[in-house]
Design a protein around this ligand. Sequence first.
Ligand code: DGL
Length: 259
Amino acid sequence: MLPPSFIGVFDSGIGGLSVLQTIHAEWPEAATVYYADQAHFPYGPKPASELHAYVDAAAQMLIARGAAGIVLACHSASASSLERLRVSYPETPFIGLEPAVKPAAEATKTGVIGVLTTQITSQGALYKSVIERFASKVRVLTQIAPELVALAESGDIESPHARAVVERNLAPLVSANADQIVLACTHFPFLARIIGSLTPAALVDPAPGVARQTRRILENRLRPHAGRIYLTSGDPESFSRVAARLTNQSDLDVHQFPL
Ligand code: DGL
């Protein structure tokens, strides 16, 4: 079912599809296997100790089946597990997601940046370190927004209800005059249209840089094979339905794959 050599792309749910789309755009001929751990969604509110087991199982499965490298297309998984995975699997390149605080801090004119994220990402050492290194001279407002994760995961990205929820979560950032909003959860680019209609702030998404980095790191490791496969530990029909709505692709090759 899986190509013999592929890029593994992993998230708790459908959010990582926002990263996968940029990888497909950057490197159309690369084979990809997307794994959504929807049986354990959401990751954001869970303790790191619990996520370690889920992320390890997914990484192990992808490596055993031929992943040339793995993109943790999930800030929460990267925050909890990236360094550990690199130690456990030294032969496999892991590309992680880091909150894009650096470009936001460089671009701000008001001196205020907002970061929309999850609980576990906001508590991680990686987030602390990017703020210390790149944002010591600007005000950083962190907004933990699990409701937005749930909206995107259900495919509700344009209803009046979605708009009201996004507006409530953005309010503290808008009223503090943040002119850069870092999307530090891969589910949030799917809400970009609503967010953009509520604030003139620039939305900062690290995905295009991650796609370029993925190609650079894996170019010489990935053997040429075709295939774009989608696996979920949850319900494949609901994955297909939501993914079709979010990505405008209706014929995805989706399979159930519990770990
Ligand atoms: N896409 C995830 C992230 O980037 C998921 C959040 C969640 O599962 O709570 O953090």
